[in-house]
Design a protein around this ligand. Structure first.
Ligand SMILES: C[S@@+](CC[C@H](N)C(=O)[O-])C[C@H]1O[C@@H](n2cnc3c(N)ncnc32)[C@H](O)[C@@H]1O
Length: 460
């Protein structure tokens, strides 16, 4: 079993990597005050503030500490919206890769529900997941090969009053229970979490074998440790996920943020695929487990999509539903059908109620699918602007919007361009539920999960 030291409620460092002394000086009362004095970080005044700090007697011989403090202030300012609550310590790469707290808490819940008591977070980064696990009452061993990330995690855990044991090294070769062959009596109450780094020197990588650790290593880990979970890119190929695992695609406030792959006791129910829609972090925090979490899954199978013509109502499924491949499940649930087997719009005769799993629009009219005629039509209806949504049509929404040259003081039209079984179609729609009702806000079209490419139409 994992030996975790827990003598005084502080962070334990089993093996520390080399961390610059400047970082440790930030943790002194004077260093903390320096960081606080630069936060929130304002680029316009940052240089003057930096120079003033460098001239202070305390820091005149330590410009590297002033620079490190400015980096922390900048990262804290950037992190503030995504990581509410007490300030944390960061590295630039660590902040970029850190799991949102609302999602990290869901990861931790899986382990707690499965009866796991000790978790090894293998490739913990700055430890958003590790901190959530410790806060959920789990004993956490956090391992990373980046000493600066471990420094940040340790400092954050101390500030939050949480116990996390850190270990520096390569998770693939370090001695630990996760690298031991599975024995029948081993690993009871023990689980592993891996969030592979998806950045290489060449930038973000989508190929699972280029992640670090590689996806094949994570899969072999799950064979040794039954209670294994992994966070992966939401775009992961469905074929890369073993059928015995459960995959949960999660969106937060309409943004698709990740897929979680869960093995053995960490699975919830019998579903293979789940789509989980979370309301925004800030509203969720106070009400864990409330109706602000909505889940759709394939427990009852995935029906063949029913195809038919456009009707009076249109639903745009949440990106988690789309990526999970559960559009036909949602269509069945709301008594709707698709207009094309590969297009993620659902239409219905009567007003559907997808709840947070989709956004409902009333179809006002079909409009011409040709730029000139479309412009004339929208102008005749008094629209001064247009929001373009599209699926399966090779059009750049912003370019089309600009080329329509709508102006004036009128309302903004919402235009849906879609491929259908019977050819491309342009629909004028109106959002049926105000954003406040659904707990979501409208997102710019290019941030939505849309299938790439599509038919060039007369608009192109
Ligand atoms: C995506 S980040 C983890 C983020 C973390 N879950 C969080 O929420 O803050 C991945 C981390 O894995 C670490 N890593 C990658 N390969 C590793 C290896 N072979 N051994 C140890 N750490 C590794 C990287 O240094 C990086 O900090």
């Amino acid at each position: 079993m994992l030996a975790l030291r827990s003598d005084n409620g502080a962070v334990q460092s089993e093996t520390s990597g080399a961390v610059e002394p400047a970082l440790d000086m930030l943790l002194t009362p004077e260093g903390r005050a320096l960081v606080a004095s630069m936060t929130p970080y304002d680029p316009a005044s940052a240089m003057a503030r930096l120079e003033a700090a460098r001239a202070e007697p305390l820091w005149v011989d330590h410009p590297e500490v002033v620079a490190a403090a400015a980096t922390q202030a900048r990262l804290r300012t950037r992190a503030a919206a995504r990581f509410p609550g007490p300030p944390r310590w960061w590295t630039p790469a660590g902040l970029e890769q850190a799991t949102r707290p609302v999602v990290a808490a869901r990861h931790a819940d899986r382990f707690v529900e499965a009866g796991v008591t000790q978790v090894a977070d293998l490739g913990c980064g700055v430890g958003s997941d590790a901190v959530a696990m410790a806060a959920a009452g789990l004993q956490v061993l956090a391992v990373d090969r980046d000493p600066a990330a471990l420094w940040a995690l340790s400092a954050t855990a101390v500030d939050l009053g949480l116990l996390v044991t850190t270990r520096h090294g390569d998770v693939r070769t370090l001695a630990g229970p996760w690298n031991e062959p599975q024995r029948s009596d081993a690993h009871e109450g023990f689980g592993c979490f891996v969030d592979p780094a998806r950045r290489t020197d060449a930038g973000r990588t989508r190929a699972p074998e280029t992640w670090s650790p590689a996806w094949s290593w994570v899969r072999s880990l799950a064979e040794r440790v039954p209670a294994t979970g992994a966070k992966v890119a939401p775009g992961i190929d469905h074929a890369a996920v073993p059928t015995e695992a459960q995959v949960e695609w999660i969106s937060v406030g309409g943004d698709l943020v990740e897929a979680g792959v869960w093995w053995g006791p960490l699975r919830r129910g019998s579903a293979h695929r789940q789509a989980t829609v979370l309301a925004r972090d800030d509203t969720f925090g106070a009400i864990p487990g409330s109706s602000l979490v909505t889940v759709l899954d394939d427990t009852r199978g995935i029906p063949e999509p029913r195809i038919g013509p456009v009707r009076g109502w249109l639903v745009e499924p949440d990106p988690a539903v789309i990526r999970a491949g559960l559009v036909s499940v949602l269509a069945d649930r709301i008594t709707g059908h698709l207009v094309d087997p590969r297009i993620a719009y659902i239409v219905a005769d009567t007003r559907p109620d997808p709840g947070p799993l989709g956004t409902t629009f009333r179809v006002v009219d079909q409009v011409p699918f040709a730029r000139k005629a479309l412009r004339a039509e929208l102008r005749a209806r008094g629209y001064a602007d247009v929001v373009v949504k599209k699926r399966g049509i090779n059009v750049v929404p912003e370019q089309l919007r600009a080329s329509l040259h709508l102006r004036g003081a009128g309302p903004t039209a919402t235009l849906v361009l879609t491929r259908t079984d019977a050819g491309p179609l342009a629909l004028l729609v109106e959002r049926a539920d105000p954003p406040s009702e659904a707990g979501r806000t409208e997102l710019p079209v290019d941030r939505r999960a849309e299938e790439s490419g599509g038919e060039p139409g007369p608009l192109a």
